[in-house]
Design a protein around this ligand. Structure first.
Ligand SMILES: [Zn+2]
Ligand SMILES: [Zn+2]
Length: 85
């Protein structure tokens, strides 16, 4: 899990496979693996931090650890502005 950025593990992030899934940041990696298996036809997912970043599901975890927008969003979430995403 050391790849992952958990600025606030109790934030809710939107699942890239299903926008109805709101996932705790600390559970996100686990959820993503399960949801990828449940949605084998989805080949490109959106970055949680920036919807214009598209990639393969298996690349998402790695991307999120280096995404330049991750610090911005976690800062906004702390201010209660997460819904502007
Ligand atoms: Zn999901
Ligand atoms: Zn990104």
């Amino acid at each position: 899990m050391s790849l992952f950025i958990f600025n606030d593990p109790d934030n809710f992030w939107m699942c890239p496979f299903d926008p109805n899934h709101k996932v705790l940041a600390k559970r996100f990696q686990y959820h993503l693996v399960r949801c990828a298996k449940a949605n084998p036809t989805i080949r490109r997912v959106k970055c949680v931090f920036n919807a214009s970043h598209l990639m393969r599901p298996d690349e998402l975890i790695k991307h999120m650890s280096t995404c330049p927008d991750s610090a911005v969003l976690s800062g906004l979430a702390k201010l209660g502005m997460y819904t502007t995403f």
